[in-house]
Design a protein around this ligand. Structure first.
Ligand code: GLU
Length: 433
């Protein structure tokens, strides 16, 4: 069983979508189910609207799940397992207040040392616990005695010393689980065989393995941590950068198939450059993924978007812009010569098939040609049309073609008019009104 585990705290980030796509591919390849786990342990930042958005977006990419659940539904298991660890003395109650911990963190920062829990409450007795009745406490897991190591399928061997694994908090003072604890327990309860997630969780994994060892869970879980995506400045792409939001990319007119293609190409060796998710399921290989971070390159995404527009069905692509016309589909494809997103192309199509304002350039010739077009019985063939207009107006070359192009497309430059003309033939009365 595999799982994709987004936190419903913001818009779906392209890094998360990449994780979801790769989970989908591996689940198809391994014929294992994929489940959607909503990581709602951060009560203050949860946004239920985000859950709907995430599910809708994943569906639009063709990613489906055999089950969906929220971590909060497993609260009783988290609490009872923590109590069990407490009884077995693998965990302990920690009465350090947030202020005390913060002061120690500040001191460590001042001394330029990493902060780790100093085991203040490690040897607290049952009697102390009873006497502290009413005082808030967290439940911490004892740090391990030995290094915790594992082989990551992308990053290779990872090992963390006991000091780094630290005395992880399992339950906070409100007795709700931390992410690390809930994640380990939920992975166990769902019989997860492979965890694929972002490498921002790399140092969480030894903590989670230590939690699972402490619970005596002995089934192996494999891990693959995907490198983060950097922006063009080489910095981690923050959630505030528009192009990091999947929703934003879709609203700008990037096709889901192109976004998926781009994210699967990043830091990867693939047999071809332009492909669909289904094709990727046939040859995708985790071991070919680079272990270092990849840079987001909007030009590459633009290229792939144009390619995916070109290979899509004419009606499908025309419906994306609100039409249901094979010719508009073909026109959209033609405009990929000079535009990359459906948003840019839409403004060109709208201009093309509607009436134009009189331009400042070529005004005189525009008016001459315009008159010849009103209520005209249009020639089927563009060359006949052009030659007749040339004869009727006495205009030739640029003097004819520039204003004519403007009347037909609203621009002075663009794709071949002879290719545009048959595609807008049915709209010509409106175009020239
Ligand atoms: N909820 C975490 C995130 O969105 C993922 C945790 C996981 O996959 O274990 O980064």
């Amino acid at each position: 069983m595999l799982r994709f585990a987004p936190s419903p705290t913001g818009n779906l980030h392209i890094g998360n979508l990449r994780v979801a796509l790769i989970n989908h591919i591996i689940s198809v390849q391994n014929k294992e189910d994929l489940i959607l786990r909503i990581d709602d342990t951060d009560n203050e930042r949860n946004d239920s609207q985000m859950i709907e958005n995430i599910v809708r977006i994943l569906q639009s990419f063709g990613i489906s799940f055999s089950k969906m659940f929220s971590q909060s539904e497993n609260l009783k298991f988290h609490q009872s397992i923590a109590m069990d660890l407490l009884t077995k003395r693998k965990a302990f109650c920690c009465f350090c207040s947030q202020e005390e911990i913060q002061a120690k963190k500040d001191k460590a920062k001042k001394d330029k040392k990493p902060y780790r829990y100093d085991n203040t409450c490690l040897s607290i007795t049952d009697k102390d616990v009873l006497e502290a009745e009413g005082k808030p406490f967290t439940i911490r897991l004892r740090s391990p005695e030995n290094n915790i190591s594992f082989i990551d399928k992308v990053k290779g061997e990872i090992s963390l010393a006991p000091f780094e694994v630290d005395s992880t908090i399992l339950l906070r003072s409100d007795k709700k689980p931390t992410y690390n604890f809930a994640s380990s327990v939920d992975d166990m309860l769902n019989d997860i065989s492979l965890v694929i997630r972002g490498d921002d969780h790399l140092t969480n994994t030894p903590k989670q393995l230590h939690i699972l060892n402490s619970i005596n869970y002995d089934k192996e879980i494999n891990f693959a941590h995907l490198p983060i995506i950097l922006n063009t400045d080489g910095k981690k792409m923050s959630k505030r950068e528009e192009s990091s939001s999947v929703q934003w990319l879709i609203s700008k007119g990037y096709l889901e198939t192109a976004i998926a293609n781009y994210l699967l190409l990043l830091g990867n060796q693939t047999p071809k450059e332009v492909f669909t998710l289904d094709e990727a399921c046939e040859w995708f290989d985790l071991s070919k993924l680079s272990s270092s971070s990849a840079k987001f390159d909007i030009n590459k995404l633009n290229f792939l978007n144009r390619e995916h527009i070109l290979i899509s069905d004419d009606i499908f692509i025309s419906e994306k812009l609100g039409y249901s016309d094979i010719n508009i589909g073909k026109l959209i494809k033609l405009y990929t010569e000079e535009a990359s997103t459906l948003e840019e192309i839409k403004s060109k199509i709208t201009k093309t098939i509607n009436k134009k304002e009189t331009p400042n350039e070529w005004k005189e010739n525009y008016n001459i040609i315009k008159k010849l077009l009103i209520n005209r019985e249009f020639e089927k063939d563009f060359n006949d049309f052009k030659n007749n207009i040339s004869k009727e107006s006495n205009l030739k070359g640029k003097n004819l073609l520039k204003p004519l192009r403007y009347i037909l497309t609203g621009e002075f430059n663009g794709p071949n008019l002879s290719e545009i003309y048959p595609l807008i033939y049915n709209y010509l009365l409106k175009v020239t009104a």
